[in-house]
Write a protein that binds this ligand. Structure first.
Ligand code: DP6
Length: 396
């Protein structure tokens, strides 16, 4: 039997600072507004995917985090169909580097894992679909613009196709061909920027983005106002703040946008609650910290769950992390509280703690992941890192 052809890639998570919430077309995943995000570094958070192709495979199959999943999932099918369509088009156009036709008809085995716990409640669908599309493209010899395909797996996944600062332009066409992601600045543009993911000890899984935004589109007048009258100008302001590395402007726009997104959730009928008591305390902590210094040094952003994502500059990280640890005292092992990029030890003054003046919430935050902006999807060269065996089945 001929051995399968294996390819392995990794892709990053992204955090939106101008949020995507609401679709105008459910099937093609076309949004009602543009959005902008920061791609997080893959050293801390990434999805790894191996794709195997072989003549002998009877059907497409997929394993996610060790468990076989239903390959007929419509969004997965959209991505597979679109990549095969593109590969066929390249072949018909006579592109020499594209796969031969026998390769195109081959079935795939896909295996994917995250290097962060799903239980952490971090949106894994963006990294997951970005990685799937990037790996399939490698396997079928397809190059070029792929964000429009990743978008059909999960809207936010299109932004994970690029590193650094990325906008998803909503587009106007019915067929969605102009609804694509585009890099605004690469990850090297703002090296002082730091990102802290405060993983809250969530009680239960909140309502998912897909159905949440559906209800919001149907019922929230505020969401309509946001999409039509707030986001277009905010996108321009955000791009200006990023390009000019204007942290105060970037931070204020980020917090206002997160707050407006959660306001549209409350305006949804019946309302959706993603923020919990811990999230609210983090919001107070950030505003009181900034007020203490009379300067916007730290910003927060929340997606469809209670975890806070903090943006700040490198020089403020040690003190702010100390405050987080002070107001959310971890159980015992303070050592494991900070994961990712090392954080220097620093103390916060009594005066600062007093002016923050919050009631400590023991164990409110499980741990902190310290990271920065990072690059887009990558091919993994080392064959020992394939997630599938040479026969095309998940490694034990
Ligand atoms: C709150 O991309 O997960 O994280 O397109 O239905 O898969 P689907 O939704 P998804 O929504 C993400 C929503 C958000 C904001 C954002 O990332 O822009």
């Amino acid at each position: 039997m001929e051995k399968p052809h294996l390819v392995t890639c990794t892709a990053p998570v992204n955090i939106a600072v101008v949020k995507y919430w609401g679709k105008r077309n459910e099937e093609l995943i076309l949004p009602i507004n543009s959005s902008l995000s920061v791609t997080l570094h893959q050293d801390q958070l990434k999805t790894t995917t191996t794709v195997a192709t072989n003549k002998s495979f009877k059907e497409d199959r997929i394993w996610l985090n060790g468990k076989e999943e239903d390959v007929t999932h419509p969004r997965l099918q959209s991505c597979l169909r679109e990549i095969r369509r593109l590969a066929r088009k390249r072949h018909n156009d006579g592109d020499a580097t594209s796969t031969d036709l026998t390769g195109l008809s081959q079935k795939v085995h896909i295996c994917s894992i995250n290097n962060f716990p799903t239980a952490a409640g971090l949106a894994s669908s963006a990294a997951g679909f970005a990685c799937l599309v990037y790996s399939l493209a490698q396997a079928f010899g397809v190059e070029g613009e792929l964000s429009g395909i990743a978008r059909q797996g999960s809207g936010s996944a299109c932004r994970s196709m690029y590193g650094g600062f990325v906008q998803w332009i909503m587009g106007n066409q019915e067929d969605g061909k102009d609804s694509l992601a585009q890099q605004v600045e690469p990850e090297s543009h703002w090296p002082e920027l730091r990102i802290l993911v405060l993983v809250a000890s969530a009680e239960r899984k909140p309502i998912g983005s897909t159905s949440g935004m559906q209800t919001s589109v149907q019922t929230s007048g505020l969401l309509k106002h946001r999409a039509e009258s707030v986001v277009p100008h905010r996108m321009e302001e955000m791009i200006k703040a990023v390009r000019g590395k204007d942290f105060a402007a970037f931070a204020e726009l980020t917090m206002k946008d997160s707050n407006q997104f959660h306001a549209t959730c409350l305006d949804t009928y019946p309302p959706i609650f993603y923020l919990n008591r811990v999230s609210q305390q983090v919001i107070h902590l950030v505003h009181r910290y900034n007020r203490h210094y009379g300067e916007t040094r730290v910003a927060y952003s929340f997606d469809a769950g209670p975890n806070a994502v903090i943006f700040t500059l490198q020089q403020h990280v040690p003190e702010f992390v100390h405050l987080v640890q002070h107001f959310f005292p971890p159980e015992t092992n303070g050592e494991n509280f900070i994961k990712g990029l090392p954080v220097k030890h620093a103390a916060a003054s009594e005066q600062l703690k007093q002016s923050v003046g919050l009631e400590p919430m023991p164990k409110g935050i499980n741990y902190v992941i310290s990271t920065k902006a990072g690059p887009g999807p990558r091919v993994v060269k080392d064959p020992s890192l394939h997630l599938l065996t040479p026969d095309g089945f998940p490694k034990p």
